[in-house]
Design a protein around this ligand. Structure first.
Ligand SMILES: [Mn+2]
Length: 404
């Protein structure tokens, strides 16, 4: 039996105001071919299908068109989709009754009073399997013991335990667990996973998946990776770069292969990159003249999809006409312009350089901002005390529930 694991599609994402529909289309066409080529029985999509809770209509249509195409290529395919932190738990379930007719199961929300609802048994051509399809867990979905110092982690732990215990009872074939969370020990990219993993407070120990799971298919972190050094607890990563910091990731999907009861192999398949993502220059900054020369030297294939380009200009560049000069240099280039970063040269510590470009402020996570404010106001080198950080995290968790 073969299971293909993917996550974090972020359909509907605009990349620096550029529409990514064609890139997503290219990925989805590639994926439906891969499903057929590798004779996949089950497709798992571990959250963040959409980039926002209210995705544009064309993004929803993309998902449905993909499901239709995938089922045409592989009539016996089963698909399971869980909600991520970017998805609306309610909205993603709208088409649930209809999608069941396509052997597609959508789980938007965890109900603590019926943990069995997220447990599915599938009967594939190559035998049965049991799946705990746990969506992203918001504090409001959990029973929180506020006396406990790690109330959220404890709540998440209990949610997984109760659903997995039910799954073990009724288990047929291998047991798979899906989740959308930040598991301890994973690498995060600096600027594109929404800061739900505030200051590490939400990182969850891999022990929540227990020894009962034969494979754990995770989403949320954008870089493909193993968790806690296990072959069988994996992030598939996002199928395409979500930020410039992800430009060197090898984007991939994972194929997990099972015999009757256990996972015998996990193999990545690399996803061809539809559009390149480049920083100019790749490291440090450049003077205005050098930058214009670099743009001049760009060789762009007019028949290929244009690359995304972000420019890095030395902060001490004083030419007030810099924007007009850069626009001129870019005028006949087949590229998608993604702004200019002002870069201070060397010797500054990382804290200063993070705040040079106002555009980067919104990418700082709240705890970082708290630390910066604390250092400035208290004239201190210390970070804000853990109790203050925790207080901020609780306020943010509350706000994210209210805005849902
Ligand atoms: Mn996410």
């Amino acid at each position: 039996m073969k299971v293909l694991h993917t996550s974090d599609w972020h359909l509907g994402q605009q990349f620096y105001e550029h529409n990514r529909t064609l890139e997503h289309d290219a990925f989805l066409t590639w994926l439906s071919n891969a499903l057929k080529q590798h004779a996949i029985d089950v497709l798992l999509i571990s959250g963040d299908i959409y980039h926002t809770a209210t995705p544009p209509a064309h993004a929803e249509q993309q998902l449905y068109a993909f499901i239709k195409q995938a089922k045409r290529h592989c009539p016996n395919l089963h698909i399971i989709i869980i909600a991520g932190n970017h998805d609306s738990a309610n909205r993603i379930e709208t088409a649930k009754p209809l999608l069941q007719a396509f052997d597609t199961y959508v789980v938007g929300r965890f109900n603590k009073h019926s943990p069995e609802d997220v447990v599915l048994t599938l009967h594939t051509q190559h035998g049965p399997l049991t799946v705990v399809a746990m969506p992203f867990l918001r504090a409001g979905d959990l029973t929180l013991d506020n006396q406990h110092p790690d109330a959220y982690q404890q709540g998440v732990h209990n949610a997984y335990q109760s659903s997995i215990a039910y799954a073990v009872d009724i288990k047929q074939g291998p047991l798979l667990v899906m989740g959308h969370l930040h598991a301890k020990g994973g690498d995060i990219s600096s600027d594109s996973e929404r800061n739900i993993t505030i200051g590490g407070f939400d990182a969850i120990s891999a022990t929540v998946f227990t020894e009962h799971a034969d494979y754990v298919a995770l989403g949320h972190l954008h870089k493909s990776q193993r968790v806690a050094k296990s072959e069988f607890i994996r992030y598939s990563g996002t199928p395409m770069p979500m930020s410039f910091s992800e430009r060197h990731y090898q984007h991939q999907v994972l194929i997990a292969q099972f015999d009757k009861h256990t996972c015998i192999a996990v193999d990545p398949i690399l996803i061809p990159r539809h559009q390149d993502v480049c920083l100019l220059p790749e490291t440090g900054g450049a003077t205005l003249d050098d930058l214009c020369d670099l743009i001049e030297q760009l060789e762009c294939d007019i028949d290929a999809p244009p690359p995304y380009i972000r420019l890095k200009l030395n902060a001490n560049e004083t030419d007030s006409q810099f924007r007009a000069k850069i626009d001129d240099a870019l005028a006949n280039k087949h590229v998608l312009f993604c702004g200019i970063e002002r870069v201070k040269s060397s010797t500054h510590n990382k804290h200063d350089s993070q705040l040079e470009d106002l555009g980067q402020v919104e990418q700082l996570d709240p705890v970082r901002l708290l630390d910066l404010a604390f250092k400035e106001h208290m004239d201190s080198d210390e970070c804000a005390p853990a109790s203050v950080q925790k207080c901020l995290c609780e306020a943010l968790a509350f706000l994210s529930e209210v805005s849902e």
